[in-house]
Write a protein that binds this ligand. Sequence first.
Ligand SMILES: Nc1ncnc2c1ncn2[C@@H]1O[C@H](COP(=O)(O)OP(=O)(O)OP(=O)(O)O)[C@@H](O)[C@H]1O
Length: 695
Amino acid sequence: MRPLSIAVAVLAVIALILGQQSGSAGAIGMGVIGLLLAAATWRALAIATFLRIFSVIFGVEYVLTGAAFLVAQSGAWPQAWQALVPPASLTITIAVFGLIVYAISFVPGIARIARLASPYFEAPELTTGHLWPLKSFRIGAGRLGTFLLVFLVVINQLQVAISLRLSFFNRDFYNAIQEKDAASFWYQLVFVFSVWAAILVISNLIEMVANYTLLIRWRRWMAEKFSSAWLDNSNHYRVSLAGSADNPDQRIAEDTRAFVNNTYNFALPLLTQVSTLVSFSIILWSIPVASVLPGTDITVPGFIFWMALIYSVAATWIAHLIGKPLIGLEFEQEKREANFRFSLARLREYSEQIALMRGEDAEQKHLSGRFGDIVTNFYRLVWARVRLTTFTLSFGQANVVVPYLLLAPHYFSGKITLGIMTQVASAFDRVQTAMSFFIDRYQSIASYVASINRLTTFEAAIAQAARSSDKGIHNVSAKGEAVHIDEATLSLPNGQPIVRVRDLDLGAGQRTLVIGPSGSGKSTLFRAIAGIWPFGQGKVGIPAGAEIMLLPQRPYLPQGSLRAALAYPAPADAYGQAEIKAAMHLTKLDHLSERLDEVDLWGQRLSGGEQQRLAVARALLAKPDWLFLDEATASLDEKLEGEIYAAIEQALPQTKIVSIGHRSTLRAMHDSIVIMQPNEDGTFSPRAESREMVG
Ligand SMILES: Nc1ncnc2c1ncn2[C@@H]1O[C@H](COP(=O)(O)OP(=O)(O)OP(=O)(O)O)[C@@H](O)[C@H]1O
């Protein structure tokens, strides 16, 4: 950044000196604005990477086009290439772009977009790139993204230059028709139009491939970043407990896609439109049509340009006023759609329970309600869109005739040729299309803003969850052999305390049973020990390096093979065949041992008791130091439950067991007991009972 800024400054100073000597207004203008650009480029180190990329592009372009202009001014430019000398106006325009990028980095909305977009372009991890016909190569993900973005910006600018060239073809072509000049007509068609049109087509194809490549790589990176931050350190559980971000699935799957696509589809076309606006405005400005202000003698230079500008600015402003409500409505619509999808997904998950309870009518009513919400908002959205479209369609139709209305008197009075009239009409069209960029995109702007809001709040919710993991209740590594809690309070998400722990030591026995009334906070206590319950105050001391495993009443079976379900969360091939079969034998699952590699929805296929035994088999394989069973054998009959406990004792003699259970038969399988005792304030406190109480 710094060397670039110095190069810009040096060039600007040279332009100023040469401009002073030769009296060239172009060179002086270039020098003055160049100094401003040098300052902005110097300071651009502090702006977000995504915007800095554009800053660098404009800085480099300023230096290249400016140097070429100055070389031409000094007379050293080859005569044969004279047509390729960039005008000072081009360099000045580029510098203006550079300044605009720097200025908009302070606009809060843009800064938010840039902050979300930048991490991808900074990503250091290596990825494999493919560039036909070269071999695949390894490159940093952010660096590849930056290359692609720069390439796309440059190719977009080239396309504007080509369309500018084609507008001159347009003028010459129609003039040839008007003058019945056949030679010029054919020359323009074959040697000018065909060549540039072919280049335009090819560049569009290359752009398309580069564009899709950038978008999919960027989206993949973003989706992975969000999902890993969400999964990290059980943040997903804390986010759902805190209720701070609804429908995270939509945010990771849909919003990252919408954000990436929209950021690209706004940034690049916006740049193209601004370049178009500036370059075609120059054409409009140079049209030899001036007008006199009514009632005065003041002539207005660049009359057509001013008309195009005022007309388009007014139209954009009106469209903004009409379209504003769409932003909120789009946000609401996406939220309601996601709620409907979520209800359907839950229905699929609890299909059996719903069928058993004949809950279909209730479900249908619920689904209709959710869909009703979609429809209600949809109608509001439709009306808002109809209002906007009424305006944009009428505006689009008016545009066809407005330039001719303005130019017809000049054409018929012979001041301008047919070629100029058509060139101006098309330039007018270009300028107003560029200006109506926001009008055309108002609807996508609305959903873009909605996705930015959702991603930002999701990011904040994850960060908040991550922070809460070491505030409130949290685990610390403790000396000694026991899981120990002294002076801690476990609360509900709303802050209401439910469990007060005074001094709890779970190391007294090899096997401890926790009992107490339903709702007294036994599972919450286990969640706190597992380190996933953030609400409350205090510390849970865990013996240094101890592996803790918690088996809930309803185990989670992942998608995939039975082997993968047994090994979870370790990889499917983490254990040998003999080891797996032995664990299955101990947990009475021999009848499933031939189906280890069958892929199925095992969570729906196996009985509740089989699922619980599978979870115990998982523990036998993982061999944790501490095993917490939260009613993890409640679906088994008492005899089988006893056998499973015996199997755990046999296979994991070193493991300390802590169980929650309501059955009296469980007492015989444990050598110490903790009872949840009620306190006067409605909370419960766990108290270890003496050995005599057990049994
Ligand atoms: N995420 C939550 N949000 C609000 N309240 C909760 C949440 N999780 C648990 N609770 C409440 O906390 C209290 C304790 O729940 P917990 O599951 O720990 O009890 P338990 O002793 O294990 O009960 P049971 O023996 O019936 O399984 C209950 O009143 C429950 O409704």
